[in-house]
Design a protein around this ligand. Structure first.
Ligand code: ZN
Length: 255
């Protein structure tokens, strides 16, 4: 039973028996893994607060090949993301990303760029002061790209004409692109989307673009972007057909 060390983000913890916990981690070297933390719920536990949700930790564990559960030996906090945990909206947005990882990723399949994306997202959420949901959109779009699905936003799927900012189009989330109203084909998955939202979506994967925004993103663009990304994720990423916490948040924000 080899002993392994890696860095990981705590996605979720569940009670196990009287005193222990099962922790779901997304790790740099092993992807999603589940570990048992014996005695983690007792007051004298050596794990202390290190296994709280959304902590970034360094972890040592006994790796059991072909097994679902591994045994954790040591966990040290690298970053507790306190600014996320003290803000309800940020906490909800971070939890959503964790839920996406839990539902969509297969255990034991490392994906270093996805690990880096999640970690960067958490660090960014800590520092952002307004419209933190825009950073969730950035995470969602890059998550889609990482999972092999990049929307085509530069031209109409039918006539290849570029969009103009003041027109309205239809976005087909099944086909991952937009069509002009004249090209409107029978496509039950279309959503109305403005040229300005298409422009926003086309830049959204770039963190520098988001950081360069000097004014709040208008609410209609936020609403359209939110819906398009949500539908793309539901349609194209296995395991994300239904995200109850996202539906709840979208209702709260009336997106
Ligand atoms: Zn067209």
């Amino acid at each position: 039973m080899p002993i392994e060390k890696t860095k990981a983000i705590v996605l979720k913890s569940q009670k196990l028996g009287e005193t222990s916990k099962i922790i779901t981690l997304y790790s740099d070297d092993f992807g999603k893994i589940k570990v048992v933390a014996k005695g983690a719920r007792s007051l004298k536990s050596r794990f202390m607060g290190s296994l709280e949700d959304i902590n970034y930790i360094s972890v040592v564990f006994y790796y059991k090949e072909n097994r679902d559960l591994h045994l954790i030996n040591q966990a040290d906090i690298i970053e507790p993301f306190k600014q996320i945990k003290s803000d309800l909206v940020k906490y909800a947005l971070a939890s959503l990303a964790c839920e996406m990882m839990i539902r969509s990723q297969i255990e034991g399949h490392p994906n270093k760029s996805l690990f880096k994306l999640l970690l960067n997202y958490l660090y960014e959420l800590c520092t952002v002061s307004e419209q933190s949901e825009i950073y969730f959109f950035w995470f969602q779009l890059n998550f889609l790209i990482n999972n092999g699905f990049k929307p085509k936003i530069d031209k109409c799927l039918h006539c290849s004409k570029s969009y103009s900012l003041d027109e309205t189009y239809y976005f087909s989330y099944a086909r991952g692109g937009y069509v002009c109203q004249e090209c409107d084909a029978e496509d039950i998955t279309k959503l109305e989307i403005s040229g300005r939202s298409l422009k926003f979506l086309s830049e959204l994967d770039d963190l520098n673009y988001i950081k360069s925004l000097s004014e709040p993103v208008p609410s209609n663009i936020v609403r359209e972007t939110s819906l398009v990304l949500y539908r793309l994720m539901q349609y194209h990423v296995s395991g994300l057909e239904r995200l109850s916490s996202l539906e709840f948040l979208r209702n709260v924000w009336s997106y």
